[in-house]
Design a protein around this ligand. Structure first.
Ligand SMILES: Cc1cc2nc3c(=O)[nH]c(=O)nc-3n(C[C@H](O)[C@H](O)[C@H](O)COP(=O)(O)OP(=O)(O)OC[C@H]3O[C@@H](n4cnc5c(N)ncnc54)[C@H](O)[C@@H]3O)c2cc1C
Length: 662
């Protein structure tokens, strides 16, 4: 298959192991005096954006950074719990850059670009050093060395963590670095600002239009380059583990201005979330994958078993992941664990009132740790209760805040009864298509972190999003942006009175007044919920042709209804969260359609994209490498009209094979 001529991934020549090293030594540079004249806009100050903004400013560029929250510290990244991967091999358990690369490509079901993933694995170790230097309090062993645990899809321990608050601690590190630059005057921070469009001049991205969310004022901002680090779009499903504010608007506006959208249908469903409890809910809660290190997942062997979990004897329990995947057990990748849970529940073995849940059980971990502690402390013949107390203390130390969270939400004590979990939407592997430089198909417009489609193929491995966001921001973009900006040193700052700014601003204002003028009867929230239901039912954990076709029709009808009947209270020139919401839902209503079209077009199953028509006899994803080993990159043409471009994926360093975790 030939790659579409519009998609030049700009992968450097040479062996995989030396591509990045050679690139870094040969990429054109911008001298310090010129850097001071070049302006860079960074949209998003989560881990990817904050790390990029801080690093580019440290290098000398003039940076403007934007976020819609009141502080960069509230980016969705703060929610990340479990950890961040790095190929440090501190455990001496056989890890290496190659193994992290291999695990990531295989975990993504062979739908990611080799060169990018290898670079990610290469720089992973630097991230840990950088964060430790910033004071990030990673967990340590008794002797002071950094501690590691395992995440899904690997057989080594390479995940660094700070209790169950890794994202928060990493974000505080990146935020400190950002604030240092704000203090130094090299970054100008615009919080409570929402980017509502990009400005294109002579084919290059030259700025953004943003709305001040407090006053409603529409602002024009120039940049020689614009970086979108605006996060993922999982909230298209309405219910997800994402922060409530996460949305697709920034990426979507860029898409409509020429940035191709890569693999939009690749969504990650996380296996360990607190199950949906009713129609009132607007948010789902993740129980970190780290819990699968020690927790065992099971359902009763008997259908419709209504006994309390403690009353079900060991031999009447089905530890189905350990049974089906003995080599990886409870630590199979997320797509596999999620599907396996769904399969058991669909077959009638689910637990809890809804029967859409499985158990995540810590009893044996508590006992195992308790015995080890008793031995360590020279306690001979400890009682079962002593063992339990000692074990509970160890579990509390490792996962205490997650257990507390579970108890607060469900009212059940997970030290005493197994947690009930079920899969939920968690992450989007799709995003803006970028080349090796992280540049989109619009020159001067970049995408970083979860906003790009980049490194995770059809399924992201746990603890790899933080790694990718920080790799992009601290270690990749500071080099790759030079390739573009070195050619921009003769471009003076463009006045925001330029016609393109005026026109784009006008279009943004018109759209806002259109939304306000409809004055219909239905809230934006209602449309969002409806869209989410269609997406979850027909483009969620399992998809099929018929369902996708009907989803496309339903979304089109819902969108038409939205533009006829949405009611947005308040005005344009004021703080108006309802308007913010309506504008984001309008974009989700377009994105949802593209996701279904992409899912329909990809007539294979891979990773999180499970087309029911394409599965092995054992119910595993059945890839079609001959016809679908490509990245779909969609070009926006018109409403409901896209052109598909394909980037052929070449596997020169890994033997492409049916994934097996048995
Ligand atoms: C509950 C949970 C737990 C997780 N745990 C882990 C984990 O343990 N390990 C791991 O590797 N990954 C984890 N992930 C995934 C990971 O947290 C995210 O993928 C990652 O933090 C995304 O970072 P980001 O910088 O790309 O985007 P975000 O952190 O989402 O930041 C987006 C930024 O863009 C801004 N923004 C967006 N749109 C606009 C706009 N239009 N205008 C202005 N600003 C805008 C926002 O204000 C924000 O600053 C978890 C995810 C969830 C949901």
């Amino acid at each position: 298959m030939a790659t579409s001529p519009r998609l030049d991934a700009k992968i450097p020549d040479g062996p995989l192991e030396t591509k990045w090293t050679k690139y870094r030594s040969t990429v054109p540079l911008v001298n310090p005096a010129n850097k001071r004249k070049l302006e860079v806009i960074v949209v998003g100050t989560g881990l990817a954006g904050a790390s990029a903004a801080a690093t580019l400013a440290e290098l000398g560029y003039k940076v403007k950074a934007f976020c819609f929250q009141d502080s960069p510290r509230r980016a969705h990244s703060i929610a990340a719990q479990g950890g961040i991967n790095a190929a440090k091999n501190y455990q001496n358990d056989g890890d290496s850059v190659y193994r992290l690369f291999y695990d990531t490509i295989k975990g993504g079901d062979f739908r990611a670009r080799e060169a990018n993933v290898y670079r990610l694995a290469e720089v992973s170790g630097n991230i840990i050093d950088q964060c430790v230097a910033q004071g990030v309090p990673f967990a340590r062993e008794y002797g002071g060395l950094l501690s590691n645990r395992s995440f899904g899809g690997t057989q080594v321990q390479r995940t660094f963590y700070a209790a169950g608050q890794t994202g928060q601690q990493l974000l505080l590190g990146a935020y400190s670095a950002l604030q240092r630059q704000v203090g130094a005057g090299t970054v100008k921070m615009y919080s409570r600002h929402e980017m509502l469009d990009v400005v294109i001049i002579d084919g290059k991205c030259r700025g953004i239009i943003a709305r001040n969310l407090i006053t409603g004022e529409i602002e024009r901002h120039f940049g020689h380059a614009v970086l979108l680090a605006s996060g993922g779009y999982g909230n298209v499903f309405y219910l997800s583990t994402n922060a409530m504010g996460s949305n697709v608007t920034a990426a979507w506006k860029a898409h409509k201005k020429g940035a191709f959208f890569g693999n939009p249908c690749f969504t990650q469903i996380h296996p360990t979330c607190i199950p949906v409890s009713g129609d009132h809910q607007s948010k789902l809660t993740l129980m970190s994958e780290s819990l699968r290190n020690d927790g065992r997942i099971w359902v009763p062997k008997k259908k419709d078993d209504n006994r309390a979990p403690g009353d079900i004897p060991e031999d009447e329990r089905d530890y189905y992941l350990e049974r089906r995947y003995p080599a990886f057990g409870n630590l199979v990748p997320r797509d596999i664990a999620s599907r396996a849970a769904k399969e058991r529940c669909d077959a009638g073995y689910g637990v809890g009132a809804s029967k859409l849940a499985v158990y995540l059980d810590y009893a044996s971990a508590i006992e195992r740790y308790g015995i080890a502690e008793a031995n360590k402390n020279n306690i001979h013949n400890p009682s079962a209760e002593e063992i339990r107390q000692l074990g509970k203390a160890v579990v509390k130390e490792k996962y205490g805040n997650l257990f507390d969270m579970y108890k607060q939400i469900t009212g059940e004590d997970p030290y005493e009864v197994p947690m009930r979990i079920y899969p939920a939407v968690h992450y989007t592997m799709g995003g803006l298509w970028v080349d090796y430089n992280l540049m989109t198909t619009v020159p001067g417009l970049y995408a970083l972190g979860e906003a790009n489609f980049s490194d995770h193929g059809a399924n992201r491995l746990g603890a790899s999003a933080l790694m990718q966001g920080l790799a992009d921001g601290y270690f990749v973009i500071p080099y790759t942006i030079g390739d573009y900006l070195s050619k921009e040193i003769r471009t003076p700052a463009i006045s925001t009175d330029h016609e393109a700014f005026v026109e784009t601003e006008k279009a943004v204002k018109e759209r806002i007044s259109n939304l306000l003028n409809i004055q219909g009867k239905t809230s934006p929230e209602h449309f969002h919920r409806q869209l989410g239901k269609i997406m979850w039912d027909k483009c969620g954990m399992a998809r099929n042709r018929e369902g996708l076709l009907s989803a496309i029709d339903e979304i089109r009808a819902l969108r038409a209804e939205f533009w006829k009947d949405v009611r947005v209270m308040g005005g344009a020139d004021e703080f108006n969260p309802e308007l913010d919401k309506a504008s984001r839902v309008a974009d989700f209503l377009e994105l949802g359609e593209l996701m279904c079209i992409d899912a329909l077009k990809r007539e294979e199953s891979c990773g999180g994209h499970f087309r029911e028509e394409f599965q092995t006899e054992e119910g595993e994803a059945l890839r079609d490498d001959e016809n679908f080993a490509f990245v779909s990159a969609w070009e926006y043409k018109n409403e409901s009209e896209w052109e598909l471009h394909k980037e052929d994926l070449k596997f020169e360093n890994i033997k492409i094979a049916q994934r097996s975790y048995k």
